[in-house]
Design a protein around this ligand. Structure first.
Ligand SMILES: [Zn+2]
Length: 194
């Protein structure tokens, strides 16, 4: 039986690398995959999933109003698809997560979603909220804080390297950087700003 998977993590834990590796494993066995990434992420050009270690692959884009159920159904009618992989899945809407669960349940195609669990203010992203609620299988891709503890919080740093407390949830590009830290250091670094 196909399943809906959610691989979640903080920034820089190797999500895209893991996704591309999984896609490659399917392709190596002559199976067809369908890759998606968020239209919002244009760091590396349109319709591309890029890993920090230098590999990349073209992908279809989803926007807030993309009907993934319809698109995938049309794709499957033309070509057998064995697996669907979605990067930046934190940007999915509740509706789109539901559509992906339909792809699993009605078309019996596994859907692997990769995304951030929380934003820089430690709130769940919409896509992550519903993937955590509805996925058949959850897996955390771990990375560590500079202190050696597991990093499960993300700090947004401004151009001076100082943590930012306020701002839009989605702000890709620009001069901001992100740092994955443990909860203890997340609090300490923000409190040091007071
Ligand atoms: Zn730490």
């Amino acid at each position: 039986m196909a399943k809906l998977y959610f691989y979640y993590s903080t920034m820089n834990a190797g999500k895209s690398t893991t996704l591309l590796q999984s896609a490659y494993n399917y392709v190596e066995r002559q199976m067809n995959v369908l890759l998606y990434t968020a239209a919002i992420d244009d760091r590396f050009g349109v319709g591309k999933i890029s890993s920090r270690i230098g590999i990349s692959q073209s992908a279809q884009l989803f926007q807030k109003d993309t009907n993934l159920w319809q698109e995938i159904q049309q794709e499957v009618a033309q070509n057998p698809i064995h697996c669907i992989l979605i990067d930046e899945s934190q940007f999915l809407t509740k509706e789109q997560v539901y559509q992906l669960s339909d792809v699993v349940d009605k078309l019996n195609i596994p859907v692997l979603c990769y995304g951030l669990r929380t934003d820089f203010q430690a709130n769940l992203f919409e896509g992550s909220q519903y993937l955590l609620a509805w996925a058949d299988q959850l897996e955390e891709l771990k990375t560590i804080c500079e202190c050696g503890r597991k990093a499960n919080f993300v700090l947004r740093l401004n151009e001076h390297g100082k943590p930012v407390k306020q701002g839009e949830q989605i702000q890709i590009g620009g001069n901001d950087r992100y740092l994955s830290v443990c909860r203890r250091h997340y609090k300490q670094m923000l409190e040091a700003q007071d």
